[in-house]
Design a protein around this ligand. Structure first.
Ligand SMILES: CC(C)(COP(=O)(O)OP(=O)(O)OC[C@H]1O[C@@H](n2cnc3c(N)ncnc32)[C@H](O)[C@@H]1OP(=O)(O)O)[C@@H](O)C(=O)NCCC(=O)NCCS
Length: 232
């Protein structure tokens, strides 16, 4: 087994103005490796990624911040003729899109962690801006009613796979199939771009999103338990 190390996260450290590292473990028993390494850690915060849930005493300095789930769908054919004139590609940042970006992160660990959440809006604004300018996304689809975006989705191509970044539907329009329509738009975009695997990460606690992806034919690929450890 590779030696487990603290991996410095430069972007996160600069953005949150804290020294942040990541530590990965595969089995719950490997928490012992984390404990025996922690005296060498001189930063502020560790994102501890575990493939299994840990049976440990948690507190305000060491807590489960996210049960991150990745859903996967194989793209095998085009969806039935997708012909909705409300959907278009977007390259313009609007206040409606910004509100939708904030909504897409409402279960994010960066919102739920009280030591990080003062930067939540800025984080999602940057993510949206870098998606709109195609740094972090290959395509952005919006669903418009009367020239206003009421839903959007971002997608990033990586070889023959792709992943959804941000996705949200204005809460006044939930349950009207608009999210599913955007998924169909994304699937057809994948099909045309020779992408065979579509992934999306969300939180197990986001029941709405988990049900939504299952309903749209996605299956769970993996779960990561992400703990935040603050050095006292
Ligand atoms: C998840 C989301 C995009 C779904 O969009 P939508 O347009 O409402 O979804 P659709 O109408 O196409 O599909 C509805 C399905 O979603 C699921 N769903 C929607 N609301 C739900 C709720 N309150 N509780 C549980 N499941 C729910 C169900 O599977 C539902 O199917 P059903 O009506 O047959 O039960 C939307 O709820 C949303 O924007 N949520 C907030 C942002 C978010 O969590 N984004 C995902 C980030 S990864």
């Amino acid at each position: 087994m590779d030696k487990q190390e603290f991996l410095s996260l430069i972007w996160d450290s600069e953005f949150f103005n804290k020294k942040i590292s990541r530590f990965n473990i595969n089995k719950a028993t490997e928490i012992e490796n984390f404990y025996s390494s922690i005296s060498r850690f001189n930063g502020d915060l560790v994102y501890l990624f575990s493939k299994e849930k840990l049976a440990i005493q948690l507190n305000a300095h060491f807590f489960l911040a996210d049960k991150k789930v990745v859903f996967r769908k194989k793209i095998v054919s085009e969806q039935e003729l997708f012909n909705d004139n409300h959907v278009e590609s977007s390259t313009t940042l609007t206040k409606e899109l910004l509100e939708l970006a904030f909504l897409s992160g409402h279960h994010s660990r960066f919102k739920l962690d009280n030591s990080l959440n003062s930067k939540f809006n800025e984080l999602y604004r940057i993510w949206l801006e870098k998606s709109i300018n195609r740094e972090l996304a290959s395509e952005v689809f919006v669903y418009k009613i009367e020239q206003k975006e009421i839903a959007f989705v971002t997608i990033k191509k990586n070889g023959d796979s792709a992943s959804i970044g941000l996705l949200a539907v204005n809460s006044s329009y939930h349950g009207k199939n608009i999210g599913s329509l955007l998924i169909s738009a994304i699937e057809n975009w994948c099909f045309k771009n020779n992408i065979s695997t579509l992934d999306v990460a969300t939180q197990l606690d986001n029941i709405q999103a988990c049900n939504f992806y299952k309903k749209n034919g996605f299956d769970i690929k993996e779960v990561d338990y992400i703990y935040h450890y603050y050095r006292k």
